[in-house]
Ligand binder design. Structure first.
Ligand SMILES: Cc1cc2nc3c(=O)[nH]c(=O)nc-3n(C[C@H](O)[C@H](O)[C@H](O)COP(=O)(O)OP(=O)(O)OC[C@H]3O[C@@H](n4cnc5c(N)ncnc54)[C@H](O)[C@@H]3O)c2cc1C
Length: 303
C-alpha cells in the first residue's frame, strides 16, 4: 500500500488554454487516463464524452458572453428559468456565463429563444464539435462579445466573483471528497473506483491511502490505522481475482485516496472557505482548505 499526503492543485492555467483542453484534462481524472493526453487528443475526447452523454465533464468549462438584446428578449430568456447560468443585467443586454453543459441543454430545450440561439451559435462558431448533435436556430441578435478569463480577471469584484470560474484538483481521502460533493453549486469530477482497477500495473497493484491528520506516524493509533489499511488492501486485491473493481471496492475505507476536481465560481469558493476553514470544520478538510484559501487570497483578496 501507499500512504500519501493530501494536496491540491489550482488549475488556473487550464482556463487560459483552449476550452477542449480544459475539458479533456479535467475529464480524464475520472478514468486516470491522463497519459493519453496528446497534442490532438482533446477534440476526439470531448466528442466521445458528448456521444456517451457524460454531461458532468461538459460542466468543467464555462463561456461568458455579453449579449445585446431588448428588455422583451431578456424577459423571454428569464422566463425559461435558466438553471446553472450566471446572469447579470447590463445596459442594453445581458452578461451571461454558462457551462457547455448548461448551454447545450438550453439550446436543446429552448432552441428558438433569441438569447439562447445567439449565445449557442457564437460558441458553436468557435467550437462546432460541441453542438454538432443539436439543431441550433438561426440567431436573431447581433453576435455577442465573448470574454476571455484574462478580461474577466480585471472586472470589479461583484462581477468577478460571479463570473470567474476556477477549478481545483484535490488529492484527498474519500471522507473529504464526500464532504466536498455536498456543495451543490459546484461541478465535480472524481477518480472512479468503478473504472480504476488498483490491481493493475498502472497503479503498481496497490491501493493508496491518505495519511490521516489525526495520528502521529510513530504512535500506537497510527500503527492500528496502518494495519487496518493493509488488511483492506489485501481483501480488495484478493476479491479482484474473481470480481470487478466495483464489487471489490466495497471493502475500501474512508482513508482511500481519491482525486477530485471541484469547479465553481469565486463566490462559491468564498462560501466553501467560510464553512470549511472554520474551527468547527473537519480537520482533514481544513488541512487542504486553509493553505488553498491563503494561496487564492493572494490573487483574489476577497476570498
Ligand atoms: C461544520 C460542518 C458540519 C456539518 N455536519 C453535517 C452533518 O452532520 N450532516 C450532514 O448531512 N451535513 C453536514 N454538513 C454539510 C452541510 O450541511 C452542507 O451540506 C454543506 O456544508 C454544503 O453547504 P451549503 O448547503 O451551505 O452550500 P452549497 O451546497 O455549496 O450551496 C451554496 C448555496 O446555494 C444555495 N443552495 C444550494 N442548494 C440549495 C437548495 N436546494 N435550496 C436552497 N438553497 C440552496 C444556498 O444559499 C447555499 O448556501 C456539515 C458541514 C459543516 C461545515
Amino acid at each position: 500500500m501507499l500512504v500519501v499526503a493530501p494536496s491540491y492543485e489550482i488549475q488556473d492555467a487550464l482556463d487560459h488554454l483552449p476550452l477542449p483542453v480544459a475539458l479533456e484534462t479535467r475529464g480524464r481524472v475520472c478514468y486516470k487516463s491522463e497519459e493519453k493526453i496528446s497534442g490532438d487528443s482533446a477534440i476526439p475526447f470531448v466528442e466521445g464524452i458528448v456521444r456517451r452523454g457524460h454531461g458532468s465533464v461538459l460542466e468543467m468549462a464555462v463561456v461568458t458572453a455579453e449579449i445585446a438584446c431588448s428588455p422583451t428578449d431578456a424577459a423571454a430568456f428569464f422566463a425559461l428559468q435558466p438553471r446553472f447560468f450566471v446572469i447579470d443585467k447590463r445596459e442594453g443586454g445581458l452578461l451571461v456565463t454558462a457551462s457547455i453543459r448548461a448551454l447545450r441543454e438550453l439550446a436543446t430545450s429552448a432552441a428558438a429563444d433569441a438569447v439562447v440561439a445567439t449565445f449557442a451559435c457564437a460558441v458553436s462558431a468557435k467550437y462546432p464539435f460541441l453542438f454538432a448533435d443539436i439543431n441550433l436556430a438561426t440567431p436573431s441578435l447581433a453576435p455577442p462579445r465573448l470574454y476571455s478569463v484574462s478580461e474577466i480577471d480585471a472586472w470589479p469584484q461583484a462581477l468577478l466573483a460571479r463570473h470567474r470560474f476556477l477549478g481545483v484538483k484535490f488529492v484527498v481521502s474519500r471522507a473529504v471528497s464526500h464532504e466536498l460533493v455536498r456543495h451543490r453549486v459546484c461541478s465535480f469530477l472524481q477518480e472512479s473506483q468503478r473504472y480504476c482497477n488498483y490491481g493493475r500495473a498502472q497503479f503498481d497493484r496497490r491501493v493508496s491511502f491518505i495519511r490521516p491528520v489525526f495520528y502521529q506516524e510513530n504512535s500506537e493509533e497510527f500503527a492500528i490505522w496502518q494495519q487496518s489499511m493493509e488488511e483492506a488492501e489485501s481483501a480488495y486485491l484478493r476479491l479482484l481475482r474473481n470480481s470487478t473493481p466495483q464489487a471489490a471496492r466495497t471493502v475500501l475505507p474512508n482513508s482511500c485516496k481519491t482525486e477530485i476536481v471541484v469547479y465553481c465560481n469565486l463566490a462559491e469558493w468564498r462560501h466553501m472557505f467560510r464553512l470549511r476553514t472554520a474551527s468547527a470544520a473537519e480537520p482533514s478538510m481544513r488541512e487542504v482548505m486553509l493553505p488553498l484559501q491563503a494561496e487564492l487570497r493572494r490573487r483574489y483578496s476577497f476570498l
